[in-house]
Ligand binder design. Sequence first.
Ligand SMILES: [Zn+2]
Length: 220
Amino acid sequence: MNTLETSLLEIIEKVIREQLEESKENSGIQSDLAIPIGVSARHVHLSKEDLEILFGKGYELHPKKELMGGQYAAQECVTVVGVNLRVIENVRILGPVRSKTQVELAKTDAIKLGVNAPIRESGDVKGSASVTLVGPKGAIFLKEGCIIAKRHIHMNPYDAKRLGVKDNDIVKVRIEGERQGILENVQVRVDDSFRLEMHIDTDEANAMGIKCNELAYLIK
Ligand SMILES: [Zn+2]
């Protein structure tokens, strides 16, 4: 390539970059407000007692993939049975064990199983829906514990300060792409053990054409 071609290319590149920047500014995108998205598939948290009923006395989960906040996806899965006796197999268990068993489904899953699962923050299971869990060694009927997780953003105190939000704030984010739009009622969760990541379920991700590790932009 001769020098004329090289400098022409440089000029074209510069023009394109400037136009891209301009269109980003016009659409309100600011990269310092970007938040990586993690899509949570349906999963189960188990109490020690329930783990032993499903997998046998003294059973311990085997970590498969590390998640934030000391949690991990276990190798073990269970079958979730709805009140209509329809089933969803191979639902991943997240460890370590918790004080209470909790089943997190997407709305599509809840419809399939005929359960009226409420949208809740993780851990808030009082009066939530009933399902049955089946493991290799036993089954348990959960009177309550089945929820649809309320969408939320994990962050550490440093990011909270940088983004100008605090724990439990409700914020809006913008999603770019073919199915772009705005997600409201997103809960902020601040803890030292968190890294910046927005968690949505598979229904929310599919509705907005989002894949894991894509970005949402906090709307100020
Ligand atoms: Zn989360």
